[in-house]
Design a protein around this ligand. Sequence first.
Ligand code: ARG
Length: 565
Amino acid sequence: MKQFNEEVALLLEQHIGEAMPLEEIREAVEVPKYAEKGDVAFPCFRLAKSMRKNPALIAKELAETIQDERFDIVAENAYLNFFVKKERFAKIVVSSILEKAEAYGSSDLGEDKTMIIEYSSANISKELHFGHIRGIMIGSSLYKLAKYLGYHAVAINHLGDYGINFGKIITAYKHWGDDKDIEERGVRALLDLYVTFEKFSKRDEKYMEEARHWFHKLEVEEDQEAYDLWAWFKEISLKEYNRVYDMLGAEFDSFDGEAFYSDKMPAVHRELVEKDLLFYEDGMELIDLSDEGLTNVIVTTSAGTSLYITRDIACAIYRKNHYDFYKNVYLVGSEQRLHFQQLRAILKKMGYAWWDDCIHADHGLIMLKDGKLSSREGGVIFLEDVIKMALEKTLELINQKNPDLEDKEEVARQVGLGAIAYKELSTSRIKDYIFDWDEALSFEGETGPYLQYANVRAHSLLERGEGSLTDIDYSLLTDEASGHLVRELSSFEEVLEAALERLEPAILSRYLMSVAKLFNKFYQQVSVITEDKENTKAKLALVKATSQVLENGMRLINMEAPKKM
Ligand code: ARG
């Protein structure tokens, strides 16, 4: 908890303020990983320089001189370790959680700062397949986290709604399209059209010509028919995507995608010319990035059309002007690393000081273990189908284990989706990994259901206990199991900040797992509900605080918290 760090910093200032300014002390103060090393620690290395003394000796001397009733102070090598007195620790942590409740952990850290989280960025007329879940999960978690920490967060789905693909789809539609089929089967029908196009265009060049023709009509001639078809395909696709986003609890503030920037391209082009950044080769326009150690980038093709990167340049500039972002985060797979390196380098060359605030938060790939999941034709696996299957599997499990549970379908939804969310968000963003259903849905090991079940346990204790949780005697929370739990709960705020700063929800997911594990240990070691009313009340207050932290945290990693399961 920040409060303790600050107390320690101020206390130290009284003793070493002359050798080290408060700001530096604040920076140096840290929370040790292990409880045995204290709740707050101060390394004396920096002091050793200015005091010209051995750091271990400084620590020892300080431990002897500093007296404070709030802490036990112990020197260990070069470290001064502060242990918050147990009763006070429990009191401050538990009472602030209970008081702030759903808002516990939230802050105004990001006040007046806009953080753009671009994620999902789906390609219109193509399916959302299972692999897309990584970006969706990580992005929507970071978006929630940014909001929770007081940022003005903007979630953008930078739709892939521009390019020759639309020429292809329109061509296919004109030849083989069936309105009713498209209305009924949505993106699946569009995909089929796309496949048909590819098949025919291999045999006959004329189809590709037609596609180019339609694309030209769409982009240059502003032809009404082409535009209407494009808009319709987009509507069909978004309807389907939104269904999936809704299921996963993913929200967006804007769907401005590539097409949105098409009329902003001439201005970008002019700027590149004015800043003398273009060179010409084979009728193309390129930017030389060799001084950045990167390959050259084509920004205009010999046919005079813009490219993916050109639209991204326009997009970044638009976002800066429109949102005045503090950070502009792109949640996109690591296969596009070069693209974003190039984008940042170009913005830098254009003289935009904010190039460095454009961050590619790259993520790894996900694959499915269960072979049965690949479609018979070996084609793509729709994300929506996977989600539906998760819910069915979970319902089956509940029917086996707890057939009399109320609201089974709803709980199956919460648990099934929670299993996916936890698995996704506890794996480091950058890692590739293989998704295994049996592992994700298990109640054992580090899984979503394990986390939810710890919270269910807490709720059943709270239901069994009676009376209000006021006038608590916090000296009753100084036993070992309670103490460990209190200490873990105390770092929630710092964990949230670290997770957002490193754009890594896994930091939060793993933290919640550690809270759940400590809670289960506490549950085994401590009798919560006993004859002793005061003791019961104190323990229940800790149970309630634990459940609050679990629930606040789970919400931020896209997990719901069933009360029974
Ligand atoms: N639609 C692109 C794709 O699926 C991803 C877009 C990433 N965002 C961006 N601003 N380039 O590959």
